[in-house]
Design a binder for this molecule. Sequence first.
Ligand code: GLU
Length: 465
Amino acid sequence: MTETHEPALRVRFAPSPTGMFHVGGARSALFNWALAEQSGGRFVLRIEDTDAARNRPEWTEGIISALAWIGIHGDSPYFEGPYFQSAYEEQHRAAVAKLIADGRAYHCTCTRDDVKARTGSEHQGYDGFCRDRGLSEGAVRFRTPDEGVTVVDDLVRGRVEFPNQAMEDFVIARSDGSPLFVLANVVDDMEMRITQVVRAEEHLSNTPKQQLLWEALGATPPVWAHIPVIVNEKRQKLSKRRDKVALESYRDEGYLPEAMVNYLMLLGWGPGGDREIMPWSEMVPLFKLSDVNPSPAFFDVKKLRAFNGEYIRALSPELFIARCEPYLDPSWGRETFAKVAPLAQTRISLLSEIRDNVDFLFLEEPVFDQASWDKAMKPGAEEILAGYLDRLETVSFDPESLKTALEEVGAAHGLKLGKAQAPVRVAITGRTVGLPLFESIEVLGRERAIDRLRTALTKLTATAS
Ligand code: GLU
């Protein structure tokens, strides 16, 4: 890389560790990560841990491990941090002191009730009562301009104007001196030499205040970009009460990180053309904030799942087996699993689905799913099972011959293969859907297959009598 005198791009991701790591946070992190990577800049991870009552260390760890899962980690040259907001309290307090000394902020002892009594309204902003009282204690308010507009030039939303008259003198520190988010966040960004702030749209209303703070502290504000909210199928903002939002739960269900990354990047952005499935390395150079669509982005779990299926199918057989490993029982024979893995790979769309597809091979007896049993074990099932049991003793044990044998047994009872398969499949696997039947029987082996048909027949006779 050639050295230039332009400041390198420095972006940041600044989560508060107050809960599980939200997919929306992951999308913000990825947008920032793409910018850092494409420009050889830096992605700063800053944990905003100043809300002691709501923060928990395990949530910080959760954020760091979830970020690593989607490829954002300290082994990369673009990564810097993590920094912790709580370590910068001295700088926050110094900034407040400077704003007071410069006449840009002032102490205020008014209560909400005081303001209400003076303005006659609950909803009226602060009336500036303490502005020129020269107090030396109380909360600290920033003196906002009385006239004009504060213009936020946003790379996603365009030019947004905020009339200063409508902006009250907002609080930047509590009466105990502790700084508020709006101030701490700016001071940290200055401290960390952040050049672009790319964050969720919900922070847009803070931005004019923060821009004024940057200027009052004598610095050039960053370039802003507020990325669209994420909504569910009812067009409601994704919320942790209603929707599955934790990145960790997608990971545990067996979404591949590369599918997740690909899908999250499409929430508000697209590489153009018809292509949606695209690896990270190809998306990075194409990503542009000015192409991000400001309207809400729909988090379509069905589509995500379809993506995941595609990514699963694209894995090499060896990699597929390796990715399934956490979902397999330790006692299950890996050689047997390797035989059926390719059959499962084309069928599942979540890695966690692997269990139900292959467990029949490893269990002493299949787990009979009652609905499957009732559906398959209709009148005539007994004859099919008995007839096929007979043939299994001698048939050559390859999928083709196994299929022909069942076709013949079905035909003898006036049933097409599809119908004749149902009771056999349930007898063998316990379920009506699953891997291709004849390959499954082959891997299971003659003895065990015969055993299972017998067990099913006994069960059938027992329930019939
Ligand atoms: N800590 C803030 C949040 O989690 C981030 C604010 C920002 O990105 O500026 O919402």
